[in-house]
Design a protein around this ligand. Structure first.
Ligand code: CAO
Length: 415
């Protein structure tokens, strides 16, 4: 079966996490992704957080599947010539260098346009135009500047970053959408264009509900579904809401059997209005079904923490999976807190290809997260990440370089 992006060639100038997330997705959809890496060292993540000495790290292998790798020193004249050929022959250049690096290399937008007016140039930067546009940015900086850290954690604790890499992988996802959209527009205009995802913007987009809440707070002074509501403690900006639900149905994380020793023996419980009578029956509080203090969602709002405490008395008698089974029988929305170990071993995630076991010539087999986006006519086969420069010769000969020219480039240490 064909692949959705077959025929699209990507010059992948990305490193670390944000850019590689994007180009890995495009590769999974069938694009030919050519990862151009610094001769000698390559993407810095190959050597970071290594679990096996001398072998590409999981950090690298899990972000660079289905790509080809070539080494190239793009600061040397002969390296620049190879890069020019690549630019002429590719559809998209994706990069996430520090601001200005591509210009300093001699490849401004104008120069790239001269070489290939159809080329789409897609970039991840920390910030969009403005006072911080020249700053280097990593994941947690984006979480802090995009509104995530200020709104995550508990009221009486410091701001918190999330384990989900919404700054890096979140930006990569946004950029991938920008690229396929620009490719689509090129069908009618015939022209390339620039695509920019600022990490701050990507995080803020994912924190959209918190900007919603900022305006609600300014208008009304309170937000009834926040844990602060019971005591009326609100300041000028959206507070950290602990484990409260960000939507219209209140929820909280509750202890389950074994919580004293198992850090993940918890369940997320949602007191959905539609199933309130079932909740009351299940936890032995049938009187709450008609009690005016509990009967309506509005009446329950100031009593949410007491309600969750009552449900927790019930949930601590059960394991999280037992609680999940029972709650599901009554259509009560909930979810166990799954540890990474449980997720890694989950047979249904393996069956759908969301968790994949991959074989690597130097490290042996390892687990990775496969393509989370499933296309019925473009199935994803996850192939291992390339070794540094594994495809340099193959790619140069595809670009028209003879074996002698390739040998010369190697001698000059351009590749
Ligand atoms: N040949 C020759 N030189 C190369 C090269 C190649 N193939 N590939 C990269 N280089 C050069 C760059 O041109 C740059 O040189 P100058 O500094 O002289 O312009 C140099 O390598 C370093 O690139 P960099 O500044 O991007 O790398 P860094 O390690 O200093 O910074 C990072 C890393 C991530 C902070 C920075 O790239 C950045 O802010 N990127 C944008 C935001 C982003 O994506 N952050 C997420 C990273 S994941 O947490």
């Amino acid at each position: 079966m064909g692949k959705a992006l077959e025929g699209v060639r990507i010059l992948d100038f990305t490193h670390v996490q944000s850019g590689p997330t994007c180009t890995q997705l495009l590769a999974w959809f069938g694009a030919d992704v050519i990862k151009v890496e610094r001769a000698g060292e390559g993407d810095a993540t190959r050597g970071q957080l290594r679990d096996i000495a001398g072998v590409d790290s999981l950090y690298f292998t899990m972000l660079n599947h289905n790509k080809r790798s070539m080494t190239l020193d793009t600061k040397r004249p002969d390296g620049k010539k190879v890069l020019e050929t690549l630019i002429r022959q590719c559809d998209v250049l994706v990069e996430n260098f520090a601001p200005g690096a591509l210009d300093r290399m001699g490849f401004s937008w104008e120069r790239i346009q001269e070489l290939n007016p159809r080329m789409i140039v897609a970039s991840v930067k920390g910030f969009g135009p403005g006072p911080y546009e020249h700053c280097k940015v990593y994941e947690n900086v984006a979480q802090c500047t995009g509104g995530a850290a200020a709104t995550t954690g508990f009221d009486d604790g410091p701001p918190m970053v999330s384990g989900a890499q919404i700054g890096d992988s979140g930006s990569g996802l946004h950029l991938a959408l920008g690229i396929v959209t620009a490719l689509y527009q090129r069908n009618t205009t015939g022209r390339g264009q620039r695509v920019l995802t600022a990490m701050q913007d990507a995080v803020l987009n994912l924190c959209r509900v918190k900007l919603r809440d900022q305006q609600r707070l300014e208008r009304n002074g309170v937000m009834e579904e926040y844990p602060q509501f019971a005591e009326g403690r609100f300041g000028e900006s959206v507070p950290r809401a602990g484990n409260a639900s960000g939507g219209g149905q209140p929820g909280w994380i509750l202890k389950c059997k074994g919580w004293e020793s198992d850090p993940n023996a918890y369940i997320y419980f949602i007191a959905q209005a539609q199933v309130w009578p079932s909740v009351c029956k299940l936890i032995g509080r049938e009187e709450w079904i008609l009690d005016p203090d509990y009967a309506t969602p509005k009446a329950r709002l100031p009593r949410l923490m007491a309600i969750f405490a009552a449900v927790e008395e019930w949930s601590t008698t059960l394991t999280k999976f037992e609680a999940m089974d029972i709650l599901n029988k009554y259509d009560i929305p909930c979810g166990p807190i799954l540890s990474m170990k449980e997720i890694a071993e989950d047979p249904s995630l393996r069956a759908t290809g969301t968790i994949v076991e991959v074989d690597h010539p130097e490290r042996g087999s390892y687990l990775t997260v496969g393509n989370p986006i499933k296309l019925s006519d473009s199935p994803t086969e996850v192939r291992r990440s390339p070794l540094l420069g594994e495809h340099t010769d193959e790619l140069l000969s595809e670009l028209g370089y003879s074996p002698e020219q390739i040998a010369m480039l190697r001698e000059e240490r351009v590749i």
